[in-house]
Design a protein around this ligand. Structure first.
Ligand code: ZN
Length: 317
């Protein structure tokens, strides 16, 4: 027996060859099936209840316990992941954000993926960000472009410096009102004028989420509008949490000891302060998942900072 679990994290699971956006970073369906079978071979899939029980009641887990989780409520999860999990009697954990599914919006984080996938020349996006931020520097009280570039254009293990810069500036680097405005302009220019139609194609519907739940899958919270929770004040954090719990309740999904999966996967340790813990506890949250990489050790991980492993860290063939 053990007290650790490997929770693998997925976002898009779709066949890129048949996609209009082949450069979107996704797991293909074959790769996904391979990883599920690989995990079944090397480990034992556990249920959401077993995970909760180990965190809250100290129960033991099987050796090499494994789980899979899916962020952002993509229709891929219903069409491509569900059949594979259902056939193998595996319970996945799915975290759809509430607002885009209720209101047919497209999340900024997804607009940014499709903007980048539609413009092969990333430097052209950098140039447009430069022009726009200079033109709107006064209105939004922005720091200079050169300063932002020097600070944020640093390559990561997945992206080059320009891509990291574009993603960071549009996701988090600019103040919220400025980045919403710029992302909207670029989305209309590169991707679509029909945000509602695009949203309906991108995310699961409420009925599909209910169906997943009825097929034995776990549905948890990914916030209401997929904001960086650490950048919000307590009142705004509460709206994000209460709104997402209400959304789950409206779909008939149980919310006792529900699981939070932080939007953007990330949450700084310093932000999990007493106030934030009290908020999660008040709304009945049992544990929370981050994208801090590694095997989750139930005894040493904070229950509101449980680790996951990115699908890219796993073999695909
Ligand atoms: Zn997300």
């Amino acid at each position: 027996m053990s007290r650790s679990v490997s929770i693998v994290m997925y976002h898009y699971v779709r066949d890129l060859n048949s996609s209009r956006y082949p450069s979107i970073k996704a797991r293909t369906v074959d790769e996904f099936r391979f990883q599920i079978d690989y995990l079944s071979k090397i480990g034992t899939f556990i249920s959401k209840e077993e995970l909760i029980d180990s965190v809250l009641n100290g129960s033991q887990l099987p050796e090499n316990a494994v789980m899979v989780s899916f962020d952002d409520g993509y229709i891929d999860h219903y069409e491509n992941a569900l059949p594979i999990l259902f056939d193998r009697k595996i319970e996945g954990m799915f975290f759809p954000p509430a607002e885009p599914i209720i209101t047919n919006k497209v999340l900024d984080v997804n607009k940014i993926h499709f903007i980048i996938a539609s413009e092969p020349d990333i430097n052209s996006l950098v140039k447009q960000i430069s022009t726009w931020t200079q033109a709107h520097a006064k209105l939004y009280q922005l720091t200079s472009f050169d300063e932002m570039w020097a600070k944020y254009a640093k390559p990561s293990s997945y992206d080059n410096a320009a891509t990291v810069f574009v993603k960071f500036i549009l996701q988090r680097g600019l103040p919220m009102t400025a980045r919403n405005a710029l992302v909207s302009i670029l989305f209309r220019k590169y991707v679509s004028h029909d945000e509602a139609g695009f949203s309906a194609e991108l995310y699961m519907s409420k009925d599909q989420i209910r169906m997943m739940s009825q097929c034995g899958q776990y549905i948890g919270s990914h916030g209401y509008s997929h904001e960086w929770l650490d950048m919000l004040d307590t009142e705004e954090q509460e709206l994000e949490i209460s709104g997402s719990v209400k959304f789950l309740n409206s779909l008939g999904i149980a919310t006792n000891n529900w699981i939070m999966c932080y939007p953007y996967g990330c949450y700084p340790y310093s932000a999990v302060n007493e106030q934030f813990r009290a908020l999660l506890t008040t709304y009945g949250c049992g544990l929370a998942l981050t994208d801090h990489g590694g095997v989750a050790n139930i005894d040493t991980d904070d229950k509101f900072m449980i680790r996951r492993i990115d699908t890219n860290e796993m073999p695909i063939r």
